[in-house]
Design a protein around this ligand. Structure first.
Ligand SMILES: Cc1cc2nc3c(=O)[nH]c(=O)nc-3n(C[C@H](O)[C@H](O)[C@H](O)COP(=O)(O)OP(=O)(O)OC[C@H]3O[C@@H](n4cnc5c(N)ncnc54)[C@H](O)[C@@H]3O)c2cc1C
Ligand code: FES
Ligand code: FES
Length: 1328
């Protein structure tokens, strides 16, 4: 009995410990706060760091672990994935947990999954990789347990078709997924290894690659997932577990084993608002239902046997409410197999199929079916499950204190929200069967229209339709009976039945519909069915591509695997949050303004459990005298760390809450109450349209950065046959969505010095901002950055705030302080890409030749200048990819009360390219010609290229765009496909396809960079460079460059040196002037600096080598270094590479073709095929460059199509979670994706002839947007839809992004509805 607890519950036994195995080791945990999540425990209390925190809401998969459970009765172990960020530690009592470290590691050897992920180049920043490995591994071992036939040796029983689903919920922002799919497919028993992409196991083109070349895989995974000691312990504890007392922990975890015990608990004085009843606790990941405060007590109802019962009856079966969604799917599938009647299993099959798209595998595995329904009952939650079960006529069994009730799900949903006195015990799914006597068929369909087809996206709309259909022989009409039409939708209270429609269809239709016409006419039911079906189709995709590599600078130019990639896969790679917390470490979380422009009158905290955790609150008042309120800075000005005394935008930091754990700090920050005052303040400027313009609120663009106009636009307009007057196109913002959010750890040191570990793309500037904030010399601040879990520009200037805030707190509190922004805060505060409003006026001739373009651009820069004055130049540079004849513009860089917009992969270029192609497409639609012909008509000649890009056009021989375009058009069979699409469109009313080909010209300007190469006495080599490894493979290229340059002194050549090269983390006091890692050029610059430093060493070592070679021809590297050391040769060389003044800038070329299909009624988008050709000069590493190209293309698809950056009227970002903000997942990438890296030979002035690859290909994703426009055009043509009266249906504007909701709208669904109404009326008339 828990003496310490004041509870009247009579029978209570203390469970004062949680016992489990973690990677085979026994853990016994006592005295833990019951709200502790498994992830938090693993990362802070154990040596394992593999599972990462990416979102904390079950939406990204970075934290995925394997959980194994043992059933002592059957002696069976079951394994499943779980999101450890949602799993409560107490729920894993007597479970075994495996993280990626448990699969393999650098000491014991890596696992085949880790090695294949590495060898297939499937990891870039590596932050998602441990979670990917766990999802793939668990899929393999579960497939291996199936009754499928034994696969050939070395393979798993997994099938190729299951590869994508294996990690369908895991997000990766870097790779574009294709190589991850390949790594996973390599295990599949039915794979054709030749189909797999670039890897280190065999060369591209090798005939008949063999499985023996791959890291070997043992059937079953080869890892003990449940250790024997835990089985023994579990068995011996069964008596204890069967004890009829209520299991409870001193800390407040209650585990009733009967309904009676449950009610005893809730009737006791224990029960208060701070008690949470849970099963899987996944609802804590659902925005809107997330915990707003800490709970001191939990009641885990998962152990009540009635809630886990499965009872099979003739009339259907009953599933306990605590059954997981995954297990429910299995049961439904098992039921299908046991049903022999032909159509009899349709309901179960379709329910299972629909449920497998709910959430993600790792959420479904722990989320209970009852928890889902209760969420739907209590809140306006758009549950798929409630809708489809409503359609299936489910009843529920409830326990309301002493009473048990059986009611329909419909009645349950309509009741007032239940409280904890009601328990949902089970659901009963009836067995619907066709009536063979009356020749009745059973119809059942379920649908979901969601941003992603395979799941990990809550649906906009979901529905389920059930009914019996038969034909009345006498009247030859269709008879419908038992109709149930259930609909659920985002934003509605709960799922409902469309009873009037049911009635109408049952009563009215049967009177006049002929059976032959019925399927066509049963609108909305059947038509919707037909149209939405496409969305459910599972994509199969192929991949094919070539790379051309060169041997001249070996190992430079080799597609070697990424430096340290296995460490990323095994979770051993250290990111900032993986650095063990120093003694006495505290944790901070920002509180931010929700008002755009207001005085902050007071900051208080609600009285709550979470508030009690606050140790300190740090604000502008704590900035030391001599320091400044500065949180970011660049060439054009500073940005304050805190809004003080005025908050200038919604999302601005106002202070930092300090607590003993990160979760406490996060929860405490939610308790804030801020009082604002707007008196005397003019209204904020939220939009970069009218509001900013009216008030002339602009940032200056220095004349040297303001882009140059070309030619005489008035003359060009006068010469034009046609003109399009001012037309608008809008591009919204985009959030970087690096998988690792902004983070820093600041450790105070002696004499007012600090070490700050920062996940930053610009440690050098972070150092100065921190020092200025604290009023100390720069030399007092050491900023260290080892690797960054994805940056994409977001950790350039936006990383300073977190680093400075952590430093300020550490400085004030004299204790180490860590800050790891939670995903929602990160999304709100960090800003993103620049939104742009463009108006264009264009003049052109009847043959498609454009003679003049004028643009008015409004760019939203947000509150501070950041790097925004560069953006106009980037946008215009990208627009100049076509020869416009003459080009003029007026660009306003608007200062608004929004978070500061910053650089994001291909900043400005992404927007500019889209604007350019919008103009081209508009011209083509006015002329009613193929957009491609207009594109080609307006391609630059080398002469006009020089005119438009005077500083970077380079030599004529390097202008490869024409040949790239021609090559792509031919290799992708563009013309044939364009013809087939026409045919497809004329044969399909409700689905349309589009294809588009977009060229790329991307201006690149390398920057100066430092490098130091040192050879140690044992011959090992360490390299320091200014560039930061953010996943782009910079370290790998530096490693190759070092090996190449010093390899000239090594008898076996550079390749043998690779192993000896170690690239070090950036340290601002060790290697100064590190500069900014961005603009795709840091790899080149760092390689150039490395090469210079190596050449210095070469010059020093060569005479020693020559001398030694006089004595012996074969001089080993070790002998050379040893002799040089004895001779006091300086074995460390530093260089500062400064790009040449002449021809520093250069152009990158490429082209992309995308083919899409849209569903007119839902707007659903399918990417059928993507083809890219990209000129890499001479690639330093084709595998790395291909990864960059593919990854940036897929990221670009996110920008142009999927990612909706939504703000409220105050400018506060409200799509601030994985729930609302949808980056591409594996299920939306093109089904067929071909990317080709062209090695175009010698390029003067380039680093070993290489060209940048990190950003440009993102721009090519605008081809998807253009292809969508083509498809929509086909739809509008068919239905003669026009947005503006008097305008051709072909002329319409499509903004960025263009998610399915916009596609649907532009297809004119409302007009389709009218069309259907009309159809229906006609049929009625005909039938009457
Ligand atoms: C990332 C993510 C994506 C998702 N996507 C989808 C989706 O696409 N479609 C969809 O429909 N759902 C989706 N969900 C919701 C998910 O299905 C639910 O969170 C889950 O089913 C809840 O079950 P649980 O066991 O975790 O409940 P818990 O979180 O443990 O509990 C939820 C609530 O229900 C109460 N409760 C639980 N069981 C009972 C019971 N038997 N009797 C009375 N009260 C009870 C609890 O007290 C609590 O208030 C998603 C969730 C996440 C995290
Ligand atoms: S951190 Fe758990 S799913 Fe994202
Ligand atoms: S490698 Fe997947 S998120 Fe970076």
């Amino acid at each position: 009995m828990a003496a310490a607890m004041t509870t009247p519950v009579e029978k209570e036994v203390v469970v004062d410990r949680v016992v489990f195995a973690l990677n085979g080791q026994r853990y016994e945990v006592a005295g833990v706060d019951p709200s502790t999540r498994l992830l938090e425990f693993i990362r802070t209390q154990t040596p394992f760091k593999g599972p990462k925190l990416g979102c904390g809401e079950g939406g990204c998969g970075a934290c995925v672990v394997l959980i194994a459970k043992y059933n002592p009765k059957t002696d069976e172990v079951t394994e499943f994935t779980a999101s450890s960020c949602l799993t409560l530690l107490y729920t894993i009592n007597f479970c075994s947990v495996i993280t990626t470290e448990g699969l393999g590691n650098s000491q014991d050897g890596f696992h085949a999954v880790q090695e294949r992920m590495s060898g297939f180049h499937a990891s870039q920043c590596g932050f998602c990789t441990p979670g990917m490995c766990m999802s793939i591994f668990t899929s393999l071992i579960n497939a291996d347990k199936s009754k499928r036939p034994e696969p050939p040796k070395g393979f798993s029983k997994l099938k190729v078709s299951e590869a994508k689903k294996a990690f369908s919920g895991n997000l990766c922002r870097c790779t574009g997924y294709r190589p991850i799919v390949d790594a996973c497919k390599s295990f599949a028993s039915d794979v054709d290894l030749e189909d797999l992409g670039l890897n280190i196991f065999w060369k591209k083109g090798d005939r008949n690659p063999d499985v023996s070349e791959l890291p070997s895989y043992t059937l079953g995974g080869g890892v003990c997932t449940f250790p024997d000691f835990l089985k023994t312990e579990l068995k011996s504890s069964l008596d204890h577990l069967n004890n009829p007392c209520i299991a409870a922990s001193r800390e407040g975890w209650y585990h009733p084993r009967s309904i009676k015990e449950y009610y005893e608990l809730i009737n006791s004085c224990l029960f208060s608002d701070s008690v949470k009843v849970v099963v899987g606790n996944t609802s804590s990941g659902v925005p809107g239902y997330k915990d707003q405060d800490l709970y001191s007590k939990y009641i885990d109802i998962g152990g009540i046997p009635e809630l886990s019962n499965i009872v099979r009856r003739e009339s259907g079966f009953e599933i306990g409410a605590a059954t997981s969604i995954s297990r429910t799917i299995e049961i439904l599938e098992e039921e299908c197999e046991s049903i022999s009647s032909p159509n009899g299993s349709v309901v179960f099959r379709k329910l299972a199929n629909h449920m497998s798209k709910v959430a993600t595998p790792f959420v479904r595995n722990t989320a209970s079916i009852g928890g889902n329904i209760v969420l739907a009952q209590r809140f306006p939650f758009p549950s798929d499950i409630a809708t489809i079960l409503l359609g299936a006529g489910v009843t529920v069994c409830l326990q309301v204190v002493a009473e048990r009730r059986q009611i329909t799900l419909e009645e349950f949903l309509e009741q007032p929200p239940i409280d904890s006195t009601t328990l949902l015990l089970s659901i009963f799914i009836p067995h619907w069967i066709p009536d063979s006597g009356t020749n009745t068929s059973l119809l059942f369909e379920t649908y979901r229209a969601a941003p992603r087809p395979l799941g990990n996206a809550v649906s906009y709309v979901n529905c389920a339709f059930l009914g019996h259909a038969s034909v009345d022989e006498q009247s030859d009409s269709l008879v419908l009976s038992n109709l149930r039409l259930a609909f659920g939708a985002y934003g509605t209270e709960h799922a409902i039945r469309a009873k009037k429609v049911e009635e109408f269809l049952t009563v009215s239709y049967l009177r006049f519909l002929k059976a032959s016409q019925s399927l066509e006419s049963l609108w909305p039911v059947v038509l919707l069915i037909q149209q939405i079906q496409m969305m459910s189709a599972i994509c199969h995709y192929q991949r094919d591509r070539e790379t051309f590599s060169s041997d001249d600078y070996k190992p430079v130019g080799e597609p070697i695997k990424k430096y340290g990639v296995e460490l990323q896969a095994s979770g051993e790679a250290v990111y900032v949050d993986d650095i063990p917390a120093p003694k006495n470490c505290l944790y901070g979380e920002f509180i931010y303004s929700t008002q755009p422009l207001a005085y902050v009158k007071s900051i208080k905290f609600k009285s709550s459990l979470a508030s009690e955790k606050i140790i300190s609150f740090v604000s502008a008042k704590d900035i030391p005298s001599g320091g400044q309120n500065i949180g970011s800075s660049f060439l054009f000005g500073d940005e304050p760390l805190f809004g003080d005394p005025i908050a200038e935008y919604a999302g601005q930091a106002l202070g930092i809450v300090i607590a003993e754990t990160q979760r406490y700090a996060d929860m405490a920050a939610k308790q804030v109450i801020i009082e604002y005052d707007t008196e005397d303040l003019s209204p904020p400027i939220i939009t970069h349209g009218e509001q900013a313009v009216e008030k002339s609120s602009y940032f200056d663009v220095p004349p040297e950065l303001y882009p140059k106009e070309v030619g005489d636009v008035s003359k060009g307009m006068a010469e034009a046959d046609h003109k399009i007057p001012s037309t608008e196109v809008k591009l919204a913002s985009e959030y970087h969505f690096y998988m690792e959010t902004q983070t820093a750890l600041a450790v105070p040191d002696e004499d007012k010095t600090l070490v700050v570990y920062s996940s930053s793309q610009y440690p050098e500037l972070a150092q100065s901002v921190i020092a200025r904030c604290l009023g100390i010399p720069f030399s007092n601040v050491r900023v260290i950055t080892r690797r960054v879990g994805g940056g994409f520009g977001g950790k350039a200037f936006r990383s300073f705030q977190v680093a400075t805030a952590a430093a300020l707190c550490a400085y004030k509190l004299r204790r180490p302080v860590r800050m790891y922004l939670n995903r929602n805060t990160d999304m709100v505060m960090i800003g993103g890409r620049h939104p742009v409003k463009a108006h264009y006026s264009v003049g052109f001739n009847s043959d498609g030749k454009i003679t003049a373009l004028h643009l008015d651009l409004l760019i939203n820069a947000g509150i501070s200048p950041d790097a925004s004055p560069y953006i106009p130049g980037y946008i215009i540079s990208s627009i100049k990819k076509y020869n416009w004849g003459a080009l003029s513009f007026d660009i306003k860089l608007c200062k608004t009360n929004n978070s500061s917009k910053s650089v994001m992969r291909a900043p400005g270029d992404a927007q500019g390219s889209l604007i350019a192609d919008a103009v081209i497409e508009h011209v083509a639609s006015v002329l009613s010609v193929d957009a491609n012909s207009v594109r080609e008509k307006n391609f630059h000649t080398y002469c006009t290229l020089q005119l438009f890009y005077p500083d970077s056009a380079g030599e004529a021989s390097t202008y490869t765009l024409h040949s790239i375009f021609d090559r792509l058009v031919s290799t992708s069979s563009y013309l044939d496909r364009a013809e087939s699409i026409k045919e497809f469109n004329s044969n399909n009313k409700w689905r349309k396809r589009g294809i588009s080909c977009v060229p790329l010209i991307f201006n690149v300007e390398p920057r100066a960079a430092p490098g130091r190469v040192s050879v140690l006495n044992d011959g090992s080599i360490v390299v320091e460079v200014g560039g930061i490894e953010i996943g782009q493979g910079l370290w790998t290229k530096v490693q190759q460059m070092t090996a190449f340059a010093l390899g000239k002194l090594w008898p076996d050549g550079g390749e043998s040196l690779l192993e000896r090269v170690r690239v070090l983390q950036a340290d601002t006091l060790n290697l100064i002037q590190g500069g900014l890692t961005s603009s795709s050029t840091s790899s080149e610059s760092s390689c150039a600096a490395t090469l210079q430093a190596c050449n210095m060493l070469f010059d020093r070592l060569k005479p020693v080598l020559d001398r030694l070679q006089q004595q012996s021809e074969n001089v080993s590297w070790d002998t050379l270094i040893s002799q040089a050391s004895n001779d006091n040769v300086n074995l460390s060389a530093s260089a500062y590479w400064v790009p040449g003044q002449v021809s520093n800038k250069y152009l990158n070329y490429g082209a992309g073709i995308s083919e899409v299909e849209i569903d007119l009624l839902t707007g659903a988008i399918t990417l059928i095929r993507g083809d890219l050709v990209y000129d890499c000069g001479r690639s330093l590493n084709p595998a790395v460059d291909l990864g960059q190209i593919e990854g940036s293309f897929i990221q670009g698809i996110g920008f142009f199509v999927y990612e909706e950056y939504i703000t409220n009227s105050d400018g506060l970002m409200i799509s601030n979670s994985t729930w609302d903000y949808k980056i591409p997942t594996v299920d939306i990438i093109p089904k067929q994706f071909n990317a080709e890296v062209l090695n175009t030979g010698y390029h003067k002035n380039r680093v070993l002839s290489s060209k940048a690859s990190g950003e440009p290909a993102l721009v090519l994703a605008s081809s998807v947007h253009c292809a969508l426009r083509e498809a929509i055009r086909a739809a509008r043509l068919e239905f003669a839809i026009s947005t503006v009266s008097g305008r051709s249906p072909l002329e319409f504007q499509m903004d960025v992004p263009a998610p399915m909701t916009l596609v649907k709208e532009l297809c004119g669904l409302d007009i389709v509805e009218k069309y259907l109404e009309c159809l229906s009326t006609c049929e009625r008339a005909a039938g009457a």
